[in-house]
Design a protein around this ligand. Sequence first.
Ligand code: IPD
Length: 302
Amino acid sequence: SDFDAASVQSFAIDLAKRAGKVILDGSSKRFADQATGQQSSAADDLIKKNTADLVTEVDQATEEFVKAEIKRQYPSHKFIGEESWAAGQQNQLEDAPSWIVDPIDGTTNFVTGFPFVAISIGITYKSKAVIGVVYAPFLDTLFYAREGGGAFVESPQHRQARKLPLNQPLPLPSLKQAVVAVEWGSDRKLSTIDKKTKFFASLCGDADQGVEGGQMVRGVRSIGSAALSCCFVAEGSLDLWHEIGCWIWDVCAGIVILQEAGGLVVGAKQDTLDKIKANSKELGTATPEILQGRKYLVVRNT
Ligand code: IPD
């Protein structure tokens, strides 16, 4: 095959770090412009579907940069990017190596300066997610994985690459020890919010205090980046993450990293919580349907 996963991965890692520089420079410039009154904070950002769904000129510039670099290095590879898709491009998976890119995952965080922001680069081959690189420039933290090659983190805390998961032993004795991340996303339909609040209530509520099925998990977090949420579960700093309505570029890279660290991902149904409680291996792996489906996603360490 003409697909050399190891060299594609090292190119992707280098590219993610260079894109991180574009993001950092873009952020510094935005804050400088705001201080001198040249930009009125989020007012100049484009609102996509609603006021909770933003894109900035830095998202677009970062995607253009990454797309051009990939085209130069791998002219035959396909490219699926959040902003190219928004501009009308296809996002069907194909057999050819395809780069699935979210230039800034956590755009709202980027706008406000909350540091959980990442460039997410996933690569599929024969429609399967095989390489994942997630780089958080404000945290100088890099996660990467390749199918069959393990998942790793490099950060100020771990200068030498460390294999994931860091936190052992697993599985947790019960959900009472779990720290769980939940995301609200930008879909604010009552039916979606209802499903999410019910699921969260069952996780954090106390059955003894009247919450039906309450698991009373140890902590609940909201990071604001789907890619980093996957990576933190892979690492073991979170135990589970739940969201409805993600896009393939939000999760493609994170899922490879998670799966290489032994985690699971699933399109959640009614009985998902029961399977999680039973620590069921049936949760399975990311099928192309789950990657494309934008259904519930639940990930956890096993
Ligand atoms: C979003 C973030 C957010 C998640 C949304 C994503 P974006 O990506 O990952 O945490 O809740 O579902 O779309 O818009 O910042 O690239």
